[in-house]
Design a protein around this ligand. Structure first.
Ligand code: GTP
Ligand code: MG
Length: 193
């Protein structure tokens, strides 16, 4: 089962930022973790959100409307990308923060974490920030197809312990669509809660 999605709005700067009058689920995570691939996977499309093997592909906040369920999936630029200028990084950080804070329609944040990489301070910072906004956090461990069973279980346990106040992490692969139904259900539950 796929989610019908269409790109409605793109914001590159704080001035362009829109706060649509519908529930929103934001996708956050470090550059290259697989945010845009996850959107394509949920939609069953290849080129809805633009993906790249080079980190820093998504540079704007992209609002994808789910017209049947009446909510937005919001693709955020990745954080923690070392190879762009400090000024540019700060600009994205401010844009993301401006969007997340005081957003009364924010129904939850899906935090994408690479299942092969050990927990990074930038991920924990973001998790704590979401917690401080009193918004629900849904951790998703991406690229599960690149791990063996033992690595997957290790990642699951590690993140579950670190993010004990969040939803149980979901193992996901955009390549095999492992975890896709569980993720869709968890997202719909956030929207309805
Ligand atoms: P930014 O826009 O830079 O923040 O990156 P992003 O988080 O949107 O990542 P994106 O979806 O562009 O994917 C980055 C790279 O990881 C691409 O080369 C994808 O093909 C690859 N990738 C994403 N998801 C998966 C997955 O589940 N499995 C595998 N094997 N590769 C994946
Ligand atoms: Mg992206």
């Amino acid at each position: 089962m796929y989610l019908t999605l269409r790109l409605e709005t793109t914001s590159y700067t704080k001035d362009q930022l829109r706060f649509p009058d519908l529930p929103q689920i934001a996708l956050a995570g470090r550059s290259n973790v697989g945010k845009s691939s996850l959107i394509n996977s949920l939609a069953g499309q290849k080129k809805l959100a633009r993906i790249s093997s080079t980190p820093g592909k998504t540079r704007s906040i992209n609002f994808f409307l789910a017209p049947q369920e009446n909510f937005y999936l919001v693709d955020l630029p990745g954080y923690g990308y070392a190879r762009c200028s400090r000024v540019e990084r700060e600009k994205w950080g401010e844009l993301i923060q401006e969007y997340l804070q005081d957003n009364h329609h924010l129904a939850g944040v899906v935090l994408l974490l690479d299942s092969r990489i050990s927990p990074q301070s930038s991920d924990l910072d973001l998790a704590h920030y979401v917690d401080s906004l009193q918004t629900r956090l849904l951790p998703v461990l991406t690229k599960a197809d690149k791990c063996n069973q033992k690595q997957r279980q290790l990642a699951l346990k590690r993140w579950q312990k670190l993010l004990e106040r969040a939803h149980k992490p979901i193992l996901f692969s955009a390549r095999t669509r492992q975890g896709q139904q569980a993720l869709l259900e968890a997202i719909k539950n956030l929207v309805q809660a």
